[in-house]
Design a protein around this ligand. Sequence first.
Ligand code: PLP
Length: 370
Amino acid sequence: MSRASQAVICAPQARIDLSALRHNLALARRYAPDSKQLAVIKANAYGHGMLRVAQALEAADAFAVARISEALALRKAGIGKDILLLEGVNNRDELQLAQQQGLQLVVHQAEQISLLQQATGEPLTVWLKIDTGMQRLGFRPEDVQSAYRQLRECSIVKGAPVLMTHLANADDRSSAATEEQCRRFDRAIVNLEGEHSIANSAGLLGWPTTRRHWVRPGIMLYGASPFVDSSAADWDLQPVMSLETRLLAVKQCKKGEAVGYGGRWRCPEDMRIGIAAIGYGDGYPRHASDYTPVLINGQRVSIVGRVSMDMLAVDLRECGAAKIDDPVLLWGRAVEGGIQPVEEVAEKAASIAYELFCHVTPRVHFIYQD
Ligand SMILES: *Cc1c(COP(=O)(O)O)cnc(C)c1O
């Protein structure tokens, strides 16, 4: 180890556990053993670092990203695996790049079929996207048969399109919407040849009828639960990102004194407050409310007062031994042991794990562990 990597630095770091990432992919395979795994690594792999994640997920059958810029970065880094563009291409230049780089395209609207009809050259695989109730991307069910025929007539479309849709309510296992979306999907594609793909993480884990030829896990790969009513541990998912910093100050405060901007929280008694070196400038959610949990020395304590740009305050009453330089875990798995689920933090911040992961800023030092 170099001196620098041993140095104790009072700044936030995100430890990325690549073996946990692979564990979560293997778990996805166990739930959907007959499906191919399209690992979703858009948005910088949900904030985890797209290239490192792609390299670690060698066992995936293909990758999905939202935009062509993400796919080009993967190709430039030498990733040769199949890559699907979830938003497809938006103009001729993008289509040409996709052909050159051997990318696969989602086709979700008529304008994209026109682009394909006018193009020549290298054929590519397309995924025909059907909107079965989300009103986001996709052809209406009644337009699917004709869109499919047009695609099959395009010289640059390779073979039968993969038939896909996206679930809007799969995170809620009491909702009837998922089964209804599946019924609409199956009606729209009747008599059409091609593989199917419906499931995101929530579908893959919780809705067996959505496990078709391809599943598209995202959030579960990163070790967070896709469900509103169950935790990652319930599914044996392992946290991949551990966001950690240190205490940079410990102070004695008096009963009634206000903590932080606006004085949102007041000390109910004489007590110690710790100041941790992390804030919204690092991506920790500013809307985290009082009593959002953190771990110090494996002990669960909570933040109090508004989150600042570079710092936040912690109630140290339950953590008598805490001192300057002690590690503070915001979410993930502590080096000393103990897990702080990201979902709990997200809930206290009126957000979701997806957003918290994506918001971690480049100011945070990323460390990849295997
Ligand atoms: C982002 C995305 C996924 C992955 O969703 P998770 O909830 O993260 O598993 C799957 N399919 C599509 C079309 C997506 O945009």
